[in-house]
Design a protein around this ligand. Structure first.
Ligand SMILES: [Zn+2]
Length: 109
């Protein structure tokens, strides 16, 4: 269950739509207090940022949110490469092939 679902449940139990909780900021990793107003399927922050993307929660403290209100670098990049005759995500390769991949060099043609 995600933070959003917990907050929504808590909000229903307390009959209170405004909830504050502590979390780590996505940008600076500092503990921060986030005040949110819970709605039917989303939440609004009272300063700072809160995102629930594909079931994962991301928090930004107010200073980081003021600097950059866009959530960046929150998703791991999936790299595909040719293993032996076909393309596969590198993280699915066997350990030996992953080591071999690190030694590969890129050339501009
Ligand atoms: Zn921060």
């Amino acid at each position: 269950m995600t933070t959003f679902h917990h907050l929504k449940k808590l909000s229903e139990q307390l009959k209170e739509s405004e909830i504050a909780f502590s979390a780590k900021c996505h940008d600076c990793s500092e503990d921060t207090i986030v005040e949110v107003t819970i709605y039917e399927d989303n939440a609004d922050t009272n300063g700072g940022g809160y995102w629930n993307i594909e079931g994962e929660d991301f928090i930004k403290c107010q200073p980081c949110f003021n600097k950059d209100p866009i959530l960046r670098n929150f998703r791991k990049c999936e790299v595909y490469s040719r293993v032996v005759g076909y393309l596969r995500p590198i993280k699915q390769w066997n350990p030996g092939k992953q080591e071999e991949y690190k030694q590969r060099k890129n050339f501009k043609t």
